[in-house]
Write a protein of this length. Structure first.
Lengths: 316, 640
């Protein structure tokens, strides 16, 4: 390389030196400038607020890497990311359509997909909008269900029009050996009567974080109805469901979600791509032992359960 | 208690039962309401704990801390209990708020299967087990079966303070409403009734004015029609009453004038009678006095005559003496009445030995009784009595004399019997008796029972004197009599202690006085002569004069003055009292002086009483003269 440089013409030498200088400048600039992150939160959810605060603290620990900006301070350059926490913040950011990348955190997958669909987008066509969903996938939940009920045959789930759950749920159910019974509901008001009518046929009920079916208003009567009929309820997206009365759920903790967000940001800082939307790679199982006692179920301990789920996920 | 007006009384009469009824009804309703409140409170508490149990069903079944907290928050916010607690199925407290109460904790430890309510003084505590209403449905038969599984307990504690405060307010407000309603009712009733009672008050005022003599009092015609008619009637009555009073007043004035005229005439006649009696008594006493002394002297002279002469003149002397005694008695009676009228008779109480007094009186009257063929007897115990001996003796003398006078034959009994707080003196006779119509009059002056031959001597003053004497002694007298069978006079006298009376019997009529001079000062020559003769028969040398200077002159050089008898009325305005004082100056204070008088006027008797000299009234028998003078003479000689 040195001989060819020496033997080159002065024009070539000048051009080479100039190019090298520019490259050095660019590289130096690249290493010297931190990733600008603008955190947006418009939610009243305690989970979202705590999540955003915790995330902000973790980012602030690395000021040379992440530069936190307030809304409007970030420039429309490639080295900036809008980090939204919760659905409202994501909806607002998506409506602005800024020329910056959006990383939507703490958002349920159905909601993420619905918003994109409302904007005429799809996850495949939009590379600068990425979501990290709360909860875990259908597959994980059905694996948990199978781990708790090794001999279970049927599982009921609510089927709403706006959530394209049916195909993945059906496929996952089949994979884990369950017959899926869809309880068709048009609105949250339909949930209780439809459930009461169908619950005799269910061995268990799997619910998702679908606000067109399960809301804060009917979740308690729903759980009580299921309990009175001796049917366990699994699923939900966040551990609050378990706390409220669901038997178990599998989900990512806030720390796991934070780690996932930071990983995505770090990936973006390195490769200028946020990667595909998805759940956190790490997860946790929550089991309500009181419900298990009430239902007189013998649920194995958490470690054994995690081991079973892990094995089921790897096997199927 | 203040006097209430008529309106107030009527208002109270009307409203009091109403208020009492309202009070009773109000108290009953308040009590019922309080019971309802208590029942509602218990129902509310049961409903609250039922709601708590329903809300806690899911949280307790699932162990949801959030749900438990939210349930507790909700109940605390809506029911505001004193305390609440939620327990899991093992009885472990999973949520506690406030003061749950010891009862609830104890009850939970007992694992109750039913709701329990405990009402304490300060708190109301409830315990409710929470069941999960499990439903199982058979797929084939669609058979729904419900069972319940215990998932925990909930307890609630409520403070009774608020309810107590509410009940207290309820009672206070209820009572306040009743009191205010009562006062308002009373006020309005009083206002309404005043429209009725005001005319009545005016009527009362008008009556008061009329009673005070104002017949011009009239009523205003106000109020309802009835009251206006009442006012009109009253006014017309007042007019008529005024007219009647005017007429009556004129009639009364004329009648009063006539009565005054008659009273003056009666008083004048009474005064004339008194003057006549006094004058007659005085004028009669002089000759009677002389007659008595002359007769006594004549009897003494007759004793010294030969038997044939003494026998021949004895009946005449005896008749003269009897006539003189009768006259003496009549004049004594007149004198006694005059003394009672003058009020100079005073009671001098001593202890009187009754049996001696009665015996003496009967001894004196025994001879006259024998002459009438009447036997005297007495039945007297050894009794003393605190009374005036003279008045009592006069009472006995007059009653016995009266009995002798009206008894033809038979027996007269004098009895004295002690009673509880008095002494009863009775005189029984078997005389002609007293007609019932006359029994009320016999104690009047100058009244005599007139029945055929029974009319006796006297003026009808004996029983009048007895009645006045008894009254003066503080006793009373009454009579029981049956015509032709006899009478009984009863005298009630108070009892007393014992002191001996001077025994008059010790001064016998035959006793003579010691030698000396007897001074006689009297302007009546007949009296002077008769008294001189009597004193001479008694062994004394009489010196009798009409005036004091002559008497003093006649006494010149004489020192042995045994006694002096001085007439009160000496003429020329010179009285016996003046003369007696001069004699005391001349012969010393020890000279015995007896004042005699025939006057019966009240003024003279009072003067003589005040002088302090012993007084004897004309006519004086020789026995009385001797009784009056002998003690004085003996006392005088004893001091010399």
């Amino acid at each position: 390389m040195y001989r060819s440089f020496v033997s080159a013409s002065r024009r070539h030498k000048l051009a080479t030196v100039l190019f090298g200088a520019i490259c050095l400048l660019v590289c130096a600039n690249a290493h010297a400038t931190a990733l600008e992150v603008e955190i947006r939160i418009q939610s009243q959810s305690r989970f979202a607020i705590d999540f955003a605060a915790s995330l902000r603290k973790r980012l602030e620990l690395q000021p040379q890497i992440y530069a936190l900006r307030e809304t409007g301070e970030t420039k429309a350059i490639s080295n900036t990311v809008i980090l939204t926490v919760g659905m409202e913040a994501f909806r607002s950011a998506l409506a602005e359509r800024p020329r910056r990348r959006i990383l939507a955190a703490a958002i349920p997958r159905p909601a993420f997909l619905s918003m994109l669909e409302r904007e005429g987008l799809t996850p495949e066509t939009v590379s600068d909008v990425t979501g990290i969903f709360v909860g875990q996938s259908v597959r994980h939940n059905l694996a948990l269900l199978r781990a708790i009920f090794p001999s279970g045959e049927t599982v009921c789930a609510f089927d709403t029009r706006n959530i394209p759950f049916r195909t993945p749920a059906t496929e996952a159910s089949r994979k884990f050996g369950f017959t899926s019974i869809a309880i068709r509901v048009e609105s949250p008001l339909d949930v209780l009567p439809k459930l009461e009518a169908a619950i005799a046929r269910c061995e268990s009920l799997w619910i998702t974080h679908d606000t067109s079916a399960v809301t804060a208003d009917n979740v308690r009567p729903l759980l009580l109805l299921a309990l009175r009929h001796g049917k366990p309820v699994l699923g939900g997206v966040i551990p609050d469901f378990v706390e409220l009365g669901a038997l178990a759920t599998i989900s990512s903790t806030a720390e796991q979600n934070e780690t996932e967000v930071i990983n995505r940001l770090d990936q973006f800082r390195k490769s200028r791509t946020l990667g595909p939307s998805g759940y956190s790679s790490d997860w946790k199982i929550w089991v309500n032992r009181s419900v298990a006692t009430t239902l007189k179920l013998d649920v194995v301990d958490d470690a054994t359960l995690r081991e079973r789920v892990t094995r089921l996920l790897s096997e199927r | 208690m203040k006097t209430k007006t008529l309106a107030q009384r009527i208002a109270l009469v009307i409203l009091l039962p109403l208020l009492l009824a309202l009070l009773a009804i109000g108290a009953l309703l308040l009590r019922r309401h309080a019971e309802d409140v208590q029942t509602q409170r218990l129902d509310s508490a049961r409903a609250t704990i039922g709601q708590l149990a329903a809300l806690a069903e899911l949280p307790l079944a699932t162990g949801s801390r959030t749900g438990i907290r939210e349930t507790a928050n909700f109940i605390q916010r809506t029911a505001n209990p004193l305390g609440l607690a939620l327990f899991d199925r093992d009885g472990n407290a999973v949520e506690t708020r406030g003061n749950v109460g010891s009862y609830a904790l104890k009850a939970v430890s007992g694992r109750p299967l039913n709701a329990q309510v405990e009402l304490h003084e300060q708190t109301l505590e409830l315990v409710q087990p929470v069941f999960l209403a499990a439903v199982s449905v058979s797929e084939e038969t669609k058979d729904r079966r419900s069972t319940a599984s215990l998932v925990g307990y909930v307890t609630l504690a409520f403070s009774n303070e608020n309810q107590k405060l509410a009940l207290r307010r309820l009672w206070v407000n209820g009572l306040a409403v009743l009191v205010i309603a009562g006062l308002l009712s009373y006020f309005f009733a009083y206002r309404l009734l005043r429209g009725v009672t005001r005319p009545l008050a005016q009527l009362n005022t008008a009556f008061d004015r009329m009673r005070a003599g104002d017949l011009d009092a009239r009523m205003e015609r106000t109020g309802v029609d009835d009251l206006q008619r009442l006012a009109a009637s009253f006014n017309s009555m007042a007019v008529e009453l005024k007219s009647a009073r005017t007429n009556l007043r004129s009639e009364v004035e004329s009648a009063t004038a006539a009565l005054a005229k008659r009273t003056a005439e009666a008083e004048s006649a009474n005064q004339a009678k008194s003057r006549f009696l006094a004058a007659a008594s005085h004028d009669l006493r002089q000759p009677a006095h002389a007659l008595s002394l002359y007769t006594s002297a004549l009897r003494n002279i007759a004793r010294q005559q030969p038997d044939e002469i003494r026998t021949a003149i004895a009946p005449a002397i005896e008749g003269m003496q009897t006539a003189a005694k009768s006259l003496d008695a009549l004049l004594d009676a007149l004198l006694d009445m005059s003394r009672f009228d003058a009020g100079v008779v005073q009671v001098s109480r001593t202890t009187v030995v009754l049996d001696e007094l009665i015996r003496d009186a009967l001894t004196v009257l025994d001879s006259s009784a024998r002459q009438r063929g009447v036997a005297l007897a007495s039945r007297v115990g050894h009794l003393d009595i605190d009374t005036d001996a003279t008045l009592l003796r006069r009472i006995v003398d007059n009653l016995v004399s009266n009995a002798i006078r009206y008894t033809r034959s038979g027996r007269i009994l004098v009895s004295v019997r002690p009673r509880f707080n008095h002494t009863l003196l009775q005189v029984w006779d078997q005389g002609i008796g007293i007609d019932p119509a006359d029994q009320a009059k016999i104690f009047e002056e100058f009244f005599q029972v007139k029945r055929g031959e029974a009319i006796q001597s006297g003026m009808g003053l004996g029983l009048a004197i007895v009645a006045r004497s008894v009254k003066l002694l503080g006793g009373e007298i009454w009579v029981r009599s049956v015509v032709d069978r006899g009478s009984c006079f009863s005298v009630r006298l108070p009892s007393a202690s014992r002191i001996r009376l001077l025994n008059p019997a010790s001064l016998s009529s035959g006793a003579t006085m010691s030698a000396g001079y007897a001074l006689i000062l009297d302007d009546d020559p007949m009296v002077r002569d008769s008294m001189s003769a009597w004193f001479a028969s008694q062994g004394l040398k009489p010196i009798a004069q009409a005036a004091l200077p002559e008497l003093l002159a006649a006494c010149e050089g004489k020192t042995q003055i045994a006694a002096a008898v001085v007439d009160y009325r000496l003429g020329d305005g010179f009285t016996g009292i003046d003369a007696a004082r001069h004699l005391r100056i001349r012969f010393g204070d020890t000279i015995p002086i007896v004042m005699i008088t025939g006057d019966t006027s009240v003024e003279r008797l009072q003067l003589l009483q005040a002088s302090g000299f012993p007084v004897e009234h004309k006519p004086i028998s020789h026995e009385r003269l001797q009784l009056a003078i002998s003690p004085l003479v003996q006392k005088c000689w004893a001091t010399r």
